[in-house]
Design a protein around this ligand. Structure first.
Ligand code: SF4
Length: 610
């Protein structure tokens, strides 16, 4: 009874027209999809797209955690017969099986014995994500300068993020830290010439892409060329510029936040472990929650948005996931999205004991279950979560709409369904109330409709018309949130396409806008460490590190040894030499407090499980 008459009428009408149109459309020969200049060939119809091996049980290719570390040590020791990292000699078969209500990955190395890890604590959830896999993106072409990392080379797609690690220095000393900041005995920083080369390479092969550039580290705001790097990325034509930060510099200086915005930065991915001092204590900064709140405030004052980025450790921070989402909803004018990243046992934790790894491992199915339990807006794991790659179905139709003359493809994060999942929430801004999008929108049928639109390839006008019909016919008007009416639905569609449409320089305004309803995206990103490594997933990575040695999947860079090889070979300076030149680093650890001018408080809802 909540839905307005116009929504009910329009949705029913859209369904009737869609059915009538498709009855004819199916009988006609399919049209030709374009071969845009940015792509290696024709766009791919649904039947032409390949998929990684899926299903349970199955066998996949993996690496031995111990052989890989030994190989890395041998390479770092040098010598003319130094082996190649991640070549065929390291691979072992891994078996994915269902056992006692879990999906396990088991593998056996002839030299180091058996390894086992847990990929999922809910086999039905795991199967649902795989069933919704949209397949590989276009294969990469002309990329030999970019992707040459043996078995860890990216083979498909345009990615969703290009991560650029400006420095391995950090003003904190956390445990965990997947890149082992401040502990590796050398300082590695990119220079502007490196940045230019990274972006030049990123635009030199096909598919040419629009992605989120994410400056990272260590703490990237410590880099002397941070602002210049942002300006350069903007001058290259990249339109989505972000930084992954612990927030200390943003908290300490509103002027710094303004300077970053003026350089072209669109938002900050803020490390955020919870809404209580207790939840943040493990990182060793005395007043870390105050730092985060002040950073969010200063970032907002500068005209940017914060995405909360939270490392989840089972039994340590897993009780905070619901309150983090509640906090985002209460502060939706300042916070755009939330990304949960279960701990990866890399960097400081790569030699973790098995018992601790079992205790702390946190899976995406567990995240969906905990969020259901710790929130109160009817979040359902089996209805409201899809693989992130589900968005690539819409990206493909946007590519079709833009035709052969487009400069680059839409943002299309076609990552492996086992490792990245998402659930959009629509939020009524004034009431600070959230509703899962898929509680009233049939995403599975919508993606089938999108594939039908792409496959029939009827030209721009009919494609646009079908897209509109597909959106409205898949809305369940009986389940609409109270007050969500037809103009609001049109606005939510505009927000969604602006996120993925590479054309729009106004994407930020169109996405965030001021409309009464906002769509926030909650993501679960399960970065792979060597215990769960799946080479098929690595080769379709949508999160790649742009470095002096090309672009390397994030998980391979940080888990399989590439960071440790690439950094010392390029611009690295011994820590002792660095300290002689620059003096000791100021590191906030062992309970030290970050000086703040005017601590703020933002609306916080403390969840009872916190
Ligand atoms: S903030 Fe913590 S986790 Fe991030 S780079 Fe610094 S030490 Fe590592």
């Amino acid at each position: 009874m909540h839905s307005t008459f116009s929504s009910v009428f329009f949705s029913g009408l859209a369904d009737q027209i869609w059915r009538g149109f498709q009855a004819v459309n199916r009988r006609l020969p399919q049209g030709r999809v374009p071969s845009p200049a940015w792509a290696p060939g024709r766009l791919l119809k649904s039947s032409e797209r390949s998929k990684p091996p899926l299903g349970i049980p199955r066998v996949t290719e993996s690496l031995c955690p111990k052989c890989t570390l030994e190989k890395r040590e041998a390479i770092l020791a040098g010598g003319s017969d130094a082996p190649q990292l991640n070549d065929a000699s390291e691979t072992i078969k891994a078996y994915l099986i269902e056992e006692a209500g879990r999906i396990l990955l088991r593998k056996m190395c002839d030299r180091h014995g058996p390894f086992e890890d847990v990929l999922s604590t809910d086999p039905d959830f795991f199967r649902r994500m795989e069933a919704l896999c949209e397949g590989h993106d276009l294969p990469c072409w002309g990329d030999s300068e970019v992707h040459h990392h043996n078995l860890c080379s990216v083979k498909y797609g345009r990615g969703g993020f290009l991560i650029v690690d400006l420095t391995n220095r950090c003003n904190m000393m956390c445990n965990p830290c997947f890149m082992d900041a401040n502990q590796v005995g050398h300082i590695h920083e990119l220079e502007l010439a490196d940045i230019k080369a990274i972006f030049e390479r990123a635009q030199a092969f096909k598919p040419r892409r629009e992605f989120n550039v994410l400056f990272s580290g260590g703490e990237p705001t410590l880099s002397p060329i941070f602002l210049e790097s942002v300006r350069h990325a903007r001058s290259c034509g990249f339109k989505r510029l972000h930084v992954a930060s612990n927030g200390i510099r943003f908290a300490q200086s509103e002027d710094f936040a303004r300077a970053a915005k003026d350089a072209g930065l669109h938002g900050v991915y803020l490390q955020f472990d919870g809404v209580t001092d207790q939840a943040n204590r493990h990182r060793g900064v005395g007043n870390l929650l105050d730092v985060k709140l002040q950073a969010i405030e200063n970032i907002a004052k500068a005209g940017m948005k914060t995405t909360l980025q939270s490392t989840v450790i089972n039994g340590r921070t897993s009780a905070s996931v619901g309150s983090i989402v509640e906090f985002a909803i209460q502060n939706i004018d300042k916070i755009s999205h939330v990304i949960f990243q279960p701990i990866m046992f890399s960097g400081r934790d790569e030699r973790v004991e098995d018992e601790i790894r079992y205790q702390r491992r946190y899976t995406l199915s567990q995240l969906a279950a905990d969020l259901k339990q710790q929130t109160n807006f009817g979040w359902e794991p089996m209805r409201d979560w899809v693989p992130l790659s589900a968005y690539s179905a819409l990206a493909r139709v946007l590519d079709l709409l833009r035709g052969p003359d487009a400069e680059c493809g839409s943002v299309s994060p076609a990552s492996h369904p086992d490792y990245c999942v998402t659930s959009p929430l629509v939020v009524k801004r004034d009431k600070k109330k959230a509703y899962p999008l898929f509680s009233f929108f049939n995403i599975e049928q919508f993606n089938r409709d999108l594939n039908a639109i792409l496959d029939s390839a009827r030209g721009a006008t009919l494609t646009r018309a079908q897209l509109t019909l597909a959106v409205f016919r898949n809305i369940n008007t009986r389940s609409l949130p109270p007050g969500l009416n037809l103009p609001d639905l049109i606005d939510l569609l505009r927000q969604t396409t602006a996120r993925q449409d590479s054309r729009s320089p106004q994407w930020k305004h169109e996405t965030y806008g001021k409309s009464p309803w906002y769509m926030t995206i909650i993501i679960g990103q399960f970065f792979q460490d060597l215990f769960m490594f799946d080479l098929h997933a690595i080769q379709m990575s949508a999160t790649q590190v742009g470095c002096q040695d090309g672009e390397i999947p994030f998980c391979a860079y940080n888990s399989a040894g590439w960071r440790q090889i690439v950094e010392p070979q390029n611009n690295a300076v011994a820590l002792s030499v660095w300290k002689r030149v620059h003096g000791p680093e100021r590191i906030f650890a062992k309970g030290k407090e970050v000086p703040l001018s005017s601590p703020v408080s933002l609306p916080i809802l403390i969840n009872k499980t916190n």
